[in-house]
Write a protein that binds this ligand. Sequence first.
Ligand SMILES: [Zn+2]
Length: 170
Amino acid sequence: MGDAKEGEEEWPRCVGCGRRVKTLYMQYSPGNIRLMKCDTCKAVADPYIECEFMIILIDLILHKTRAYRHLLFNKLRIYSSLDKRFSIAARYREVLLAVIISSYFKLFLMAMMVWEFPSSVIFFVEISVLSSNTVALRVVTEFSKAHCFGVCFGAHAARYLTERWLLGAP
Ligand SMILES: [Zn+2]
């Protein structure tokens, strides 16, 4: 991508198609903004700008790719360096951040320290983390869903086996 515009790697992303857009909104006066449309898909680039956090959280729980793009690229500004110009260390950092952030379901385990839950809740939380990691990895890497699921499933299986066999966890 030798014809990339100056600073384009830091541009926000369209939550619909994932392409970079120069700006997400134009501000005419304080509190008076106009959301910009994506040049590629012709839809509003990031409608989550006007949404409350609870709406975004619900869409994250529902594993909507658009919500993950909004959170990772436009809010937290982890840049997906799909261009060849960026180093492979930077790439690890993005994937690691996406996996850590998408493991938010682990916070539900904190409630288990206060209230009693059946042990099946742990299984539900682990499955939710796996599926959330899969969506976040797909958003950051733009690989296929099956590929991302395979990578995340392998990582979770390795962690599980390490805990069970090597560390002797119950
Ligand atoms: Zn778009």
